[in-house]
Write a protein that binds this ligand. Structure first.
Ligand code: FMN
Length: 309
């Protein structure tokens, strides 16, 4: 009997559904025992978010500062395949998932084990995934696959629809001209076929080829403009703002209210004004950067994890 472990944290249930659909082929086989492990913070992040709490989570997300999580009861902690499913908060793995990655339990569970990352996000994830890759290696794990489900909405539209989703808790359409928020139901259901690929790779002892198959099935798509935008924003903007906010204390500290509020005003301005300008520059210089862009697409698709790490 092969043991598969699916670790995840989901606020709205979107990622939970993705995880369950991915696991279906394993569930439907008598050769597997499937364990779902829901990472739980001791102090829950309330959902839907209030505006203030949403921005107050920024510094700890960006600086990857863990919160306290409940230890997971995982028996002998010995699994044959691990799926680490996470969402992204401010270009970082969400705080509960990061807290697990940094735990001693993660070191025990990941050691010498094949790991598949499964993301349910809006559209910016490569900076977070680079960090997660590093942590999996530090924990002794072997990353063999990466699957990314994202909102299909265009970037600025997606910011509006995800805000509605995060602040109301609803994924539906809130005005006729906006698409539904979040990841489409078709994509959420379609993830089962990636589960099938993972299962047959595992059974054929072929996990080192899994990512190439996943990429050819479009399990990961790279948008070079978004990659360039998120890398610049994380380094040049996010890290500066997070350091500035942290000088006034930790989560919920009333001392940092002013700085959290200032960031809340700055953030939409930066997205709505700076992002389109960056897009125009990206388009102008893209013909000169074609070789680099091609290399980046290959690298972030992750068809060659060993050299990536
Ligand atoms: C505080 C916060 C920050 C987020 N930042 C990002 C981000 O940087 N990139 C991204 O693609 N999605 C971002 N999202 C969206 C999440 O990755 C995810 O799609 C959403 O929270 C739904 O996940 P759930 O399954 O936990 O409900 C953010 C969400 C939250 C709550």
């Amino acid at each position: 009997m092969n043991k598969i472990l699916l670790l995840y944290y989901s606020q709205s249930g979107q990622l939970t559904e993705i995880v369950r659909n991915f696991a279906k082929p394993f569930e439907n086989s008598d050769n597997y025992s499937v364990t779902y492990a829901n990472i739980e913070p001791v102090k829950e992040y309330e959902f839907p978010w209030s505006g203030y709490r949403f921005f107050d989570a920024f510094p700890e997300s960006v600086e990857r500062i863990p919160c306290e999580i409940k230890p997971l009861d995982l028996g002998d902690e010995n699994y044959d395949l691990i799926v680490f499913a996470y969402s992204v908060w401010y270009m970082s793995p969400c705080i509960p998932c990061n807290s697990f990655l940094l735990s001693d339990q993660a070191k025990r569970i990941f050691k010498n084990k094949p790991v598949i990352t499964l993301l349910g996000i809006r559209n910016m994830w490569v900076v977070a995934q680079e960090y997660v890759k590093e942590k999996i290696v530090e924990n002794g794990g072997n990353l063999v696959g990466n699957i990314v489900l994202r909102d299909r909405a265009e970037n600025l539209t997606g910011i509006i629809t995800i805000s509605y989703f995060m602040f109301s808790g609803k994924k539906g359409r809130f005005a006729w001209f906006f698409p539904k928020a979040g990841i489409s139901q078709k994509d959420i259901e379609g993830v089962t076929r990636f589960g099938e690929l993972a299962k047959s790779s595992f059974e054929n002892n072929n996990l080192n080829k899994l990512q190439t198959e996943l990429v050819s099935e479009k399990a990961v798509k790279i948008n070079p403009y978004l990659v360039s935008t998120e890398r610049t924003a994380y380094k040049r903007v996010f890290l500066k703002w997070s350091a500035f906010m942290l000088k006034k204390g930790g989560p919920g500290n009333p001392e940092r209210k002013g700085r959290v509020r200032a960031f809340a005003f700055y953030f939409p301005f930066a997205i709505l004004l700076i992002a389109p300008i960056k897009y125009i520059f990206f388009l102008i210089f893209a013909p000169l950067r074609l070789r680099i862009i091609k290399k980046e697409i290959k690298y972030y698709s992750g068809t060659d994890f060993k050299s990536n790490i």
